[in-house]
Every structure is written in structure tokens, then in C-alpha cells.
Design a protein around this ligand. Structure first.
Ligand code: SF4
Length: 796
């Protein structure tokens, strides 16, 4: 229903179910909020609005403006408690009304309130990483442009287009012309913009529709309105409107629902939870956003109405069948298109707090701007030293404990995620779109996805948790390729110049293999850089050296890149070359070099590496000659869930044809020493929720095709590993003596595990721990189910 006449005549109840349906269709179950601190830069204002308690006369304030120290103290407190946003709120141009404001600015070297705001937003951004949101009122085009360089989004309430309301009689900035001009300039300047209407200040339904229509028209011209706030008037003591009745609840709900039906679907709709006693009704009316909620500061505009605690907000949201997700000050629709919407100087600041969907990272804890410097003493693993505040949020590679997601409370959130789960339970295979939907799970949905994955794990492999005793031999860190994520390679073309280039001799390699065998290892994993001097025979020589030195070891070696390069340098086709490697003693191929099998993402991460098709061709050829292999996926750098789904679907298609993959291995991107992160062009790896979901969704996606889902303890640590074992994983991978590649990217979970460490990890789960061969046979030599067709060739 979008016809004004019908809307005007409808009751709130008439509109609410249609509005909620429209919201669910666009945003699913998700309701967002912005964890923020509120920085009241100045409470002086040249306007006097009849409902406002924020603006104060100079006599009531100790200082006309917060000092930089006060601003930073608030922001640091917010950063420590896990906020993403610094909401700067302030009166409009106070220096034009109060000489004390102008004098303060002049004394401190600022031209205007906007100039001071710009400087403080920059300070907060640089020192804390919190993303500023400037709420500076009806400012000029030039002022909007200035603030765009420090504030990824800005806001100004239209409030109403009525120019005759008594509450605005003393407010020269509240004319419709000034409000609409600011809205329009923001659009012309490509500023993601928040606006809204104030309900119950003397306007009527027709006026509200007119304001919402004007906002819509401006958005249709520019696409810049990210959210519309529908706010209810509440009378406050000490204001001109103190004796007016509060906004009628029905009118409030009617306006929210009408807004949802009028506004383009992509505009988020917000109502503040602290201004309604029954805020669940706001969900029923069609909102999808709670706005800023602060764990630290009061709502300075409505100080008598504290924000609900986050736990309560989550409970109410989930009880209504929705899920709660933190967002950034800029919504994903704009954050994911930074070239158009965000000042280049802010791209990394936004990326650094983003998850894979462009929402706020949701691991609890502080995310401080990270500054790293190379360590003085390094050898074959780069090491970085972090300077400044240490983040306390979980990252792959860092030592912080993750939040407990699993086991969790799996209340049913009826929405797209649950519908996919129901279909998979009924026996359907999840397609690309289903996988993307599963990756969007939040809160109870994450638990539901994990429970399904856990059940499928049990059906496929039972309760046994497996591990393999192996040793990594990274024979060289010299590489001619320029993978932008790689902190390991040290070649002349490398983007990362730390560390010492090395190349092991064949004798060194043989000796390490001999040692591994003597220590009881069943596998060596051979991987290294692509040395400019290697031809294809090098890999064959290495294989022979290892086979001769340690006849019992399974040689798991050479990525699709190494194999493809080796064959190319010899002018051989893949099948012939792989056949020769097999005859020399190679037993299987690792899936590494896959990164993300989605070519536009490979263009960013590893532009000169093999393409998706080449990776798949190499593994198909390996399977053809009887070498099995695995699928790895590195995730959390620059890509989005759509790419994860592509990777899984492409590899699943090949697995269905050849049956040659033994396992899927999730490799969370470790950012700390990775060149692409140090160049400020990637995220900080996946969040823990994303890490858990990638493994759980892999289990669901590969059902009936690949039985084993392996986690990478070296990247996530024991506590996270334990949760992943309850979310579809059944394998701990290798003991990894001498693991260097993750460590080179900054991972700090050590270089080796042993049986007792694995036992400690698995014991609390009550599952059986069993050593396996590379091909998932038992170490006593029995044949695994999943790769039986290949086992005659790939022995170990
Ligand atoms: S990932 Fe491999 S191919 Fe790429 S730069 Fe590093 S060592 Fe070389």
C-alpha cells in the first residue's frame, strides 16, 4: 500500500503486517544496531527548539566545547568496550549566537564549530579507530564536504517540512528549505546520510508523508540515504513543550509502518529503543535497525531515557524471531562500494572494522588501530612487533580466546537461514544462494547451522576426531610470484622484504624427512616458494630425495601452482608431469594455492597466480593419475560470502566427478604480517563467527561428496578449535613440525602440536581421538572409505 490516500485512512495495525513483511523480504531476520559512544562536542546551539533539552545556555556549561582531551577520553572508553562508532552530536553554529563560543574557537585556533568538529573527528579516528558520524545539523555544502574526509557517514534529521510549528519558532536552522538543501548537497557529495522525522511535535499524518516523500525523492536522485529514523516526541521538564502530550503510540507505529512502505526497500528504517517502553512493537511495525546503542555514554539528547542493555536488546530482538547484528556507522550498502561513497582516506578505517558482509566485526573486545614494525631478528618466518594498544578482540593468528558461540541457545529464528536448514534436513543439496544465506547466520541461527553441521558430521564419520603426524618442509621462501597476502616469500619481486631468503639443499630436505620418519611422522608436506631457478625436474628430484630417505612417509606435496609451473617450465602436459611425480614417490597434493577460487578476488590477492580453472584442471589431472588431494580455502581478507560459495560450489562440482578430494581445510586469513594488510587493503581476517560458519557450511555443502572437514589449529588456537569440532569439523590436521607459513603471516599459536596437546583439546568433547594417515586410513594400514578408489596408488 503506497497510495497516500489509502495510507492516511489506514490504521497502524492495517499497515504494520505489510511493513514487517516488506522488511523481512529485504533484510531477512536481521536487525542491526551501532555500538557507539556519544560525544556531545558542544551543547550550545543557536537554535531554540521547544522540545530540546540538549541545548544549554553558556552559563550552565563549564566550557563551551569539550576539550580534545575530553573527546579522546570518551572515545577511548568506547574503543575499550568494543564500540565501532563515535557519534558527534552538537548544537548548530553556536558561535553565531554566543560570543563565548566564538572566543573559545578563536583562542584554540579554529575557524568554526565545523572546523573543530573536523579536527576532533580526525583525532578520534587516528587514536582509537572509532568511525566518526557527524551530526552537525543544517550545514553548508562546503562544510559537508570538509566533514566527508573524516566521517564515513553524516546525519541530520529533517524532522518535518512544516514551517509554522511553534516548537521551531526560535530555530532558524529548522526551516524546510535549509533541511532539504543539506539533504540534497549530501547526495551531490555522495555522503551516506542518515535523516528522519520527529513525530508528535504538532505535525499531522499528511505532513509526515510529505517529509518521507521528500526524503525518498532526494534518495532517488542520489542513492545516498542509508537510513531514516522515525523518532517519537516525549515531553521533557524544563522545555517549552513540557506540558504537551507525548507522541501517540498508534501514530508512532503508523508512521514507522508508513515509512517502510513509502521508502525504497534499501533504506534502513530505525526507531530508538530507549524512547519506547514496549520496543518489541517497533519490530512489528517494520524497523530493521535500532540505531546507536552505547554501552558507555548516555543518550545526551534524551538523558532521562537510558539505552537498554545489549543483552536485553538481544533478548527482545530474538524473542520477536529476529537476530541482532552490530553495524558500522555506514551501512553495508554504502560501505561495500567505497569508491563511490567513502573518502579514499577512510577506506581502510572502514575496512578495518568490517566483517565480510560490510557490517561491524562482532567479536567482543577492543579493535585498536594496529601498527606493526618488523622484528629485528628473523629467519625463515617473518615476525612483527605490534606497537600501541593491543586489540582484545579475537583474530585468527592471535592468542585471544573467542566468544563462546557453540554450544549456544538454538532458538528458532524463522527466516531464510532456517528455511535452508529445513531443506537440507529434508535431503536437498544447498546451492550457491543457499550457501550465501547460511553464511549470513547470526545469533541463534549460527547455533542452528552448527547443529545441522554437527549432525551431518556424525552421519559421515561418527564421533572420531582424527589427526595426522606430519612435518612441513618449506624448502625455500624465495618466490617469483607476488601474492599480496603472503608474508612468507622473500623473493626479489616480493612485496614483503623482511626475513632472510633461503633454499634448502636436497640433502637438507632428505635429512628433515629422515628425522620426521624417525620421530614417528607418517607424512611430510612439501611446499615452498616458486624459486626462479627451479625447473619442473626440481620437484621430481625433491620427491625422489624424500622417498629414498624416508620410504614409509606419505609425500603430500606441491601446490597446483608448483605443479602447473613445473609442467610449464618442462613443456609437459599436467597428466604426464603428475604421472612422473607419482612415479617418483609423490602420494597426494595439498589444496593450497587455491586461496579463493573466484577470479576477480584472485586478481586482488594473487594476480599472477594460476586461475580458478587452472587450479581445478591441476587437481582433476592429479585425480586422473591416482593422486588424491584436498580443498583449501583462505578466507577473511578482501572477499565476501558470495566468493566463499563460488569456491565451494566449483570444488564440489569437481569432487562429484572425480571423487578425488579427501577433505576441505578452512584457512582463516592471518593478517598481522601480511603485506596486503600492512598496505591497508584488507580486513583483519575473518571474525570467529565467520570462521565457525565457513567450516559448518562446508560440512553442509559437501555432504555425500567429501567426508572430512579439517580445521587449522595453527591459525585459530585450541579453544576456537574445540568449538569448530562441534560445528562440523572432524579433523585437526597435522602436528606440523616446523610450520612456517602461518607464522610468517603473524600467527602465534606455535609451530607444533603433539598427541597430548591434541588429547587435551578433544577431551572435554567426549569424542575419540585417533591418529590417521594422510588419506584417512588408520595408521595400522586399513583403507579409508572416502578415497578407496585412489588408495592403490597413493599409499602411505
Ligand atoms: S603464496 Fe606462494 S606463490 Fe604466492 S608469493 Fe607466497 S610463496 Fe609465492
Amino acid at each position: 500500500m503506497t497510495d497516500d490516500r489509502l495510507l492516511l485512512e489506514a490504521s497502524a495495525t492495517d499497515l504494520m503486517s505489510e511493513a514487517a513483511e516488506r522488511r523481512d523480504h529485504t533484510f531477512g531476520t536481521r536487525i542491526t544496531y551501532s555500538p557507539k559512544v556519544f560525544i556531545p562536542l558542544t551543547m550550545l546551539c543557536r537554535d531554540s527548539c521547544g522540545y530540546c533539552t540538549f541545548a544549554q545556555p553558556p552559563a550552565r556549561l563549564a566550557s563551551p566545547y569539550l576539550t580534545p582531551e575530553q573527546v579522546l577520553a570518551i572515545a577511548r572508553h568506547g574503543a575499550r568496550t568494543g564500540c565501532h562508532e563515535a557519534l558527534f552530536t552538537l548544537g548548530e553554529a553556536p558561535e553565531e549566537r554566543y560570543s563565548v563560543a566564538g572566543d573559545w574557537l578563536k583562542l584554540n585556533g579554529y575557524d568554526s564549530t565545523t572546523h573543530y568538529l573536523h579536527e576532533m573527528a580526525r583525532l578520534v579516528l587516528d587514536e582509537t579507530g572509532l568511525l566518526p558520524h557527524a551530526n552537525a545539523g543544517a550545514i553548508s555544502r562546503d562544510e559537508l564536504a570538509l566533514l566527508r574526509s573524516v566521517s564515513p557517514s553524516q546525519g541530520m534529521m529533517v524532522e518535518t517540512l512544516r514551517d509554522d510549528l511553534p516548537c521551531h519558532r526560535g530555530a532558524p536552522d529548522k526551516t524546510p528549505e535549509r533541511r532539504l538543501a543539506t539533504l540534497e548537497w549530501a547526495g551531490e557529495l555522495s555522503i551516506p546520510f542518515t535523516t528522519g522525522v520527529l513525530i508528535g511535535i504538532g505535525e499531522n499524518r499528511t505532513d509526515r508523508l510529505a517529509a518521507l516523500r521528500a526524503i525518498t525523492e532526494s534518495h532517488l536522485r542520489h542513492g545516498h540515504i542509508q537510513e531514516v529514523i522515525v523518532q517519537n516526541f516525549l515531553p521533557k521538564p524544563g522545555t517549552a513543550m513540557r506540558d504537551e502530550p507525548p507522541c501517540d503510540t498508534n501514530e508512532f507505529l503508523w508512521t514507522i509502518a508508513a515509512a517502510r512502505l513509502i521508502l525504497p526497500n534499501e533504506i534502513h528504517l530505525q526507531a530508538p529503543p530507549n524512547l519506547s517502553d514496549d520496543f518489541a512493537s517497533l519490530i512489528a511495525a517494520g524497523i530493521d535497525d535500532w540505531g546507536g546503542v552505547s554501552p558507555v555514554t548516555a543518550d545526551h539528547v534524551n538523558p532521562e531515557r537510558p539505552w537498554p542493555a545489549l543483552d536485553r536488546l538481544r533478548q527482545v530482538t530474538e524473542a520477536a524471531g529476529h537476530t541482532l547484528a552490530p553495524r558500522l556507522t555506514v551501512h553495508p550498502e554504502h560501505a561495500l562500494n567505497p569508491g563511490r561513497w567513502i573518502d579514499p582516506g577512510l577506506h581502510f578505517a572502514v575496512l578495518d572494522r568490517s566483517d565480510a558482509e560490510g557490517l561491524g566485526r562482532d567479536d567482543p573486545g577492543a579493535i585498536w588501530p594496529e601498527r606493526a614494525t618488523a622484528a629485528d631478528v628473523v629467519h625463515d618466518g617473518a615476525e612483527v612487533v605490534l606497537i600501541g594498544h593491543r586489540s582484545t578482540a579475537w583474530y585468527s593468528g592471535a592468542t585471544e580466546e573467542p566468544a563462546t558461540l557453540i554450544p549456544g541457545v538454538g532458538t528458532r529464528a524463522d527466516g531464510p537461514v532456517q528455511r535452508v536448514i529445513d531443506r537440507v534436513r529434508a535431503g536437498e543439496a544447498a546451492d550457491h544462494d543457499d550457501l550465501v544465506t547460511l553464511f549470513s547466520a547470526r545469533g541463534p541461527e549460527v547455533v542452528a547451522v552448527a547443529e545441522l553441521a554437527d549432525q551431518l558430521r556424525y552421519e559421515a564419520v561418527g564421533d572420531t576426531v582424527t589427526w595426522v603426524h606430519n612435518r612441513n618442509i618449506n624448502y625455500t621462501n624465495v618466490c617469483t610470484f607476488k601474492c599480496r597476502f603472503c608474508g612468507f616469500s622473500k623473493g626479489p619481486m616480493s612485496l614483503n622484504l623482511r626475513g632472510t631468503p633461503y633454499l634448502l639443499t636436497l640433502d637438507d630436505i632428505a635429512e628433515r624427512a629422515r628425522e620426521a620418519e624417525a620421530l614417528g611422522a607418517t607424512e611430510v608436506t612439501l611446499q615452498g616458494g616458486i624459486h626462479p631457478d627451479f625447473d619442473g625436474d626440481y620437484y621430481i628430484d625433491v620427491t625422489r630425495a624424500v622417498r629414498e630417505a624416508a620410504p614409509s612417509l606419505h609425500i603430500h606435496g606441491f601446490t597446483a601452482l608448483e605443479v602447473t609451473e613445473g609442467a610449464r617450465r618442462l613443456g609437459e602436459d599436467l597428466v604426464t608431469y603428475l604421472g612422473r611425480l607419482r612415479d617418483a614417490g609423490l602420494s597426494s597434493l595439498p589444496g593450497t594455492a587455491a586461496e579463493i577460487l573466484d577470479d576477480p578476488i584472485r586478481e586482488i590477492l594473487c594476480p599472477d597466480k594460476i586461475t580458478t580453472d587452472q587450479w581445478l584442471d591441476c587437481h582433476a589431472a592429479a585425480h586422473e593419475v591416482g593422486l588424491h588431494s584436498n580443498i583449501t580455502m583462505m578466507f577473511g581478507a578482501v572477499e565476501h560470502p558470495d566468493s566463499w560459495a563460488r569456491h565451494i560450489v566449483r570444488t564440489r562440482d569437481l569432487a562429484r566427478v572425480t571423487g578425488g578430494f579427501t577433505e576441505f581445510v578452512g584457512l582463516p586469513f592471518v593478517h598481522m604480517a601480511s603485506p596486503i594488510y600492512l598496505q591497508r587493503r584488507s580486513r583483519r581476517g575473518p571474525t570467529f563467527r565467520e570462521t565457525l560458519l565457513v567450516h559448518a557450511v562446508a560440512r553442509i555443502a559437501y555432504r555425500g561428496v567429501i567426508d572430512n572437514i579439517q580445521l587449522s589449529w595453527v591459525k585459530i588456537g585450541a579453544s576456537a578449535a574445540r568449538q569448530l569440532l562441534r560445528a562440523g569439523c572432524n579433523d585437526l590436521g597435522g602436528t606440523l613440525m616446523d610450520e612456517n607459513i602461518s607464522r610468517a603471516a603473524g600467527a602465534s599459536h606455535g609451530q607444533a602440536m603433539d598427541l597430548s596437546a591434541f588429547s587435551d583439546l578433544v577431551a572435554p568433547l567426549g569424542r575419540r581421538l585417533t591418529q590417521r594417515t594422510t588419506s584417512y586410513g588408520r595408521v595400522d594400514g586399513s583403507t579409508p572409505k572416502s578415497v578407496s578408489g585412489l588408495e592403490s596408488v597413493a599409499t602411505a
